[in-house]
Design a protein around this ligand. Structure first.
Ligand code: 8YV
Length: 325
């Protein structure tokens, strides 16, 4: 008898066939009010879950008494409560590593677009408003040789810093829960506390996971510490910052500009005040969104679930440190 698994996000046919060769798969193309009843009914017998971008709260997973493993198609694990799962002896598998370089490419694209006002000026051309040479009022700011402050020097933060250091001769500084000798040796990165980083960076780039410790890490007080010429980049999770405080900081000239790939509520509503600001560059959470990398993540997540339901959580288990307690 095959184990019952719920797939709650669409994946390529070949990967779905790999799942179906191992498990009795029930597929939901996302979870919404339309299919919530069927989804919660399927949870009753599910031993495995695989998908992404849908919150799997303890209240919801209490309806899955047979759950043995979950596999998120993401490196971020904030759609799940790791401690809750560990208390039930359920491993949460995720996809670290496969998306580092692609996500770093995205975030550096955001840095460049925001610094050089690329989106604002491209729209000016598109709308026929380019009528004379670009003057001082439309100048961007240089990236090369500037100071890049990374908050959260994990794998992706390191890959972003690598681009800045080797590609743009940037001075790298970082704040992190622990020292990162590889960044200090390879990229000549300087470790410092958050306040010093905020005060001295030309580009402030947040790449921390969303945890109770990082929720609202950057708010009005932190934006006020930044240089007025500073550019703020968020490639972590929307709830790591106070979005209302950011809007105020952008409107009031507290900081020069912001580039965001993540938002408190996603998709971001077109009514958001962020959409009205020329000094805000907004990407629709495309960090890992290339064909190659998303396939690599899906393949990794399918492998992770097969391994976990066969009792092997030696690789890519996000809550292993909690399970062993
Ligand atoms: C996407 C991400 O959210 O991996 C993550 O944590 O934020 C992004 O890669 C994820 O791939 C789901 O689409």
């Amino acid at each position: 008898m095959k184990k019952k698994v719920i797939l709650y996000r669409d994946i390529p046919a070949a990967e779905r066939q790999r799942l179906e060769a191992e498990f009795d798969v029930t597929f939901f193309d996302g979870v919404s009010n339309d299919n919530k009843g069927a989804f919660t009914a399927a949870l009753a017998d599910a031993e495995g879950l695989i998908g992404s971008s849908i919150g799997m709260s303890p209240e919801l997973l209490d309806l899955a008494p047979k759950l043995k493993a979950a596999s998120t198609i993401s490196v971020g694990t904030d759609q799940y409560d790791l401690a809750y799962l560990a208390k039930r002896g359920i491993p949460l598998m995720h996809t670290p590593g496969v998306l580092n370089e692609t996500t770093a490419d995205t975030i550096f694209t955001l840095i460049m677009c925001t610094a050089r006002r690329a989106v604002e000026l491209s729209n000016m051309v598109r709308e026929g408003r380019w009528t004379s040479n670009i003057g001082e009022d439309l100048y961007g700011t240089d990236i090369h040789g500037k100071t890049l402050g990374i908050i959260g020097m994990g794998r992706i933060g390191y890959a972003i810093a690598k681009r800045g250091y080797f590609g743009f001769d940037m001075k790298i500084q970082y704040s992190n829960r622990s020292r990162k000798p590889d960044a200090e040796q390879d990229l000549n990165a300087t470790y410092m506390d958050l306040e010093e980083l905020l005060k001295t960076s030309d580009f402030v780039c947040v790449m921390t996971p969303l945890t109770p410790e990082t929720e609202r890490l950057i708010g009005a007080k932190e934006f006020a510490m930044m240089k007025k010429s500073a550019i703020f980049i968020n490639g972590s999770r929307g709830k790591v910052i106070d979005e209302t405080a950011l809007v105020d900081a952008l409107r009031n000239g507290t900081i020069r500009a912001a580039g965001l790939d993540v938002f408190e509520v996603e998709p971001l509503s077109g009514d958001s005040p962020l959409c009205k600001l020329d000094n805000a560059v907004l990407f629709p959470h495309i960090g890992s969104a290339t064909a190659e990398t998303r396939l690599a993540m899906i393949t990794c997540a399918v492998d992770n679930l097969i391994n976990a339901l066969n009792g092997d959580i030696s690789q890519n288990c996000a809550n292993q440190h909690l399970l062993s307690r």
